[in-house]
Design a binder for this molecule. Sequence first.
Ligand SMILES: [Zn+2]
Length: 290
Amino acid sequence: MSGADAASGDKVPVFEPWIHGTDPAGAPTGPPIRVQRISESSYVLRQSKRVDYEAPFMFLLLGTQRAFLLDSGATADDTVFPLRAEVDAVINLWLEDHPNDNYELVVGHSHQHHDHIAGDGQFVGRPHTTVIGADLAAVRSFYGFAGSLAEVAILELGGRSLEVIRIPGHDETSIALFDPQTGWLLTGDTVYPGRLYVQDPEAFVASINRLSTFAKERPVSAVMGCHIEMTQTPGVDYPQGTNWQPDEPSLVMTVAQLHTLNTVAGIALEPGRHVFDDVIIVSSGIAQPG
Ligand SMILES: [Zn+2]
């Protein structure tokens, strides 16, 4: 664990502007993956919208024994989406200061949808690497979940113990991760500044309530999901498929926003598109999950 991290009081990540994909005016488009180093042991990555409009975020957290990569992006082909190379570069940098011939990598997923698992194949055959299966049986088996939303699984990275909870609703395999080192609560496609596609409304309501309660019991510094789809105008989103978002809000949401979402999440029981300032709840059968 980094001493600086342990001592730091403010863990809210401050990001440089993210790549927004392809500027219709012809501005430089940037690399296919933007890697932002928040500390020597905490990185946030985003796939460029010029590679895939979903532009998912990924998180790379390093402990003394192993690193954990949350999600592998929307593209399998490493020639256009070199995720493995970027992850290896981060880990190699870490190993320069923390030599460990047996340092491990675990690749897991916020949930099983394509735009979060497509890069898994790049890690097959990588030494000291575990790629967690994406389906429900594999997720339950790896974390030891029996079924209750109250369960908390521990993913030990060495000096850094991630807490994992189930949050079904967007998808049956959805999980959230809390990282005590940074205070980050990573919420996948269940809570983020965008369209919250609800496949199972009752599970979604229960999971938002679970997240809200969980956040009260933990020192959460930032709530971060895996996409940005809103504009900075309250209640206005970019259309699905947009590959240039110069007016997007921060990825970071607050615990207060999560608690507010919990007070309105029940609307998901009614099919439709329910617009709020910072999120849009799209419930059952209205749109395909993204
Ligand atoms: Zn997604």
